[in-house]
Ligand binder design. Structure first.
Ligand code: FES
Ligand SMILES: [Fe+2]
Length: 414
């Protein structure tokens, strides 16, 4: 019997799938916490959703790229690739800290390509593009170009490396690629009362480890923020000292989250008797006694993660690369006076070992979760109340989706 080909449906199926995923995220986010469930797998695996997040969340919000202790002197730089942009975070001297694109204004070469042996961090007096040796100052303005002195754009120095919008917040340099995000001081104002006693702008970075991660960036955000897994993944490292069942999350912040990890009852008793616990480095000056009773995790959305104790701050720098891949750096910051202690080298080595150990436990979990998310048998399971940060993050994502749809329908009306 003769058959005829089915007519092609006149819809863009990837857009259709994306819209239905976004509806699923928004409807998950509307449930009360007691009914909350994990997100559909596609939220972590679908390349078109990752492309959407990249454009409409990650590039439109503030992302942390460096700590000021890495940029103390004029010419100090930190280079990285973030969301497809090769950037240089630089102390430009009088101009302050800038985030410059490394794309040459001549023909697009990276002015400091890692492929040519340029380090990720160091000090420079200027940028010289390896291709035709155009030279740029630390402010990004072109200073010269071989045999083109007379060219008006060189003579007038009107060409430059693009400067992205940046801000320094709590000692961290944040970039906003779209240039139109609300000010960090507004978005994260609610975190100031928690963080200001640490004076993070005065801390020094003593550990910085890079990791290639075979999982979605949100898998890490969720893992970082929820303490439920202390009872599982960290049952030897964290559960005895910060038991999952004592942890709690603060009320919703529109652009941030705070989750408290109190020390065990026994450790808290000792702190209250004047014996501070779990201090390997000098505690930050000016903390309250209550600051010694817990460790705390923070999310400055979408992806700035801080894990804060009385004597240290862990900062994770995230570089999402694809739906199922990212690079991160796990760093540790301490008060600079700690470095002068006699036993500092040994203490530091032990603490770096601890940082590696607990992060390796998280890496194993996150990698296996990503693998599970690609299985046909995956179904979003119910969340425990200790996973409130996941529910809050779903609500954050839903707000971003709704704002985008609103903007899209306004454009359609015009
Ligand atoms: S591309 Fe940079 S100088 Fe030509
Ligand atoms: Fe963890």
């Amino acid at each position: 019997m003769a058959t005829t080909a089915l007519p092609t449906l006149a819809i863009d199926s990837s857009q259709h799938n994306l819209d239905s995923l976004h509806r699923a995220i928004c409807s998950a986010a509307q449930k009360p916490l007691a009914e909350a469930r994990a997100l559909p797998a596609a939220a972590f695996t679908d390349p078109s959703h990752f492309a959407w997040e990249r454009e409409h969340i990650l590039r439109r919000q503030w992302l942390s790229v460096a700590h000021v202790s890495q940029l103390q002197y004029t010419g100090d730089f930190v280079n990285l690739e973030l969301l497809g942009e090769r950037i240089s975070v630089v102390n430009s001297g009088d101009g302050g800290i800038k985030v410059l694109s490394r794309v040459c204004a001549h023909r697009g070469m990276d002015v400091m390509p890692p492929e040519f042996g340029h380090q990720e961090q160091g000090n420079c007096t200027q940028y010289r593009c390896p291709y035709h040796h155009w030279v740029y100052g630390l402010d990004g303005n072109v200073k010269g170009a071989p045999f083109m002195k007379e060219h008006p754009e060189i003579a007038e120095k009107s060409l430059r490396l693009h400067e992205f919008t940046s801000a320094v917040w709590q000692g961290f340099v944040l970039v906003n690629f779209s240039g139109d995000a609300a000010p960090v001081t507004t978005l994260f104002a609610g975190l100031d009362s928690y963080l200001q006693r640490w004076r993070m702008e005065e801390l020094t970075m003593v550990a910085d480890i890079g990791w290639d991660c075979p999982f979605n960036w949100k898998v890490l955000v969720e893992n970082f923020m929820e303490p439920y897994h202390h009872a599982g993944a960290h049952h030897t490292l964290f559960q005895p000292i910060m038991p999952a069942q004592g942890c709690w999350t603060d009320a919703e912040g529109e652009h941030f989250q705070v989750c408290h990890l109190p020390l065990s009852e026994a450790l808290q008793q000792k702190v209250k008797q004047g014996e501070p616990q779990l201090l390997s480095f000098l505690p930050m000056p000016g903390l309250l006694q209550s600051d010694f009773l817990e460790w705390t995790v923070y999310l400055a959305a979408p992806a700035t993660l801080l894990f804060v104790a009385a004597d240290r701050v862990y900062w994770y720098r995230l570089q999402p690369l694809a739906a199922d891949r990212m690079h991160i750096r796990t760093t540790m910051l301490v008060h600079p006076d700690s470095v002068a202690a006699d036993n500092y080298p040994q203490v530091l080595a032990e603490e770096i070992e601890l940082m590696r150990a607990f992060h390796l436990e998280d890496m194993e979990m996150c990698s296996a979760v990503q693998s599970g998310l690609t299985s046909a048998t995956y179904r979003p399971g119910p969340l425990n109340a200790l996973e409130q940060p996941l529910w809050l993050f779903q609500r954050y994502l839903a707000r971003q989706i709704e704002q985008h749809s609103l903007a899209r329908s306004e454009v359609a009306r015009e």
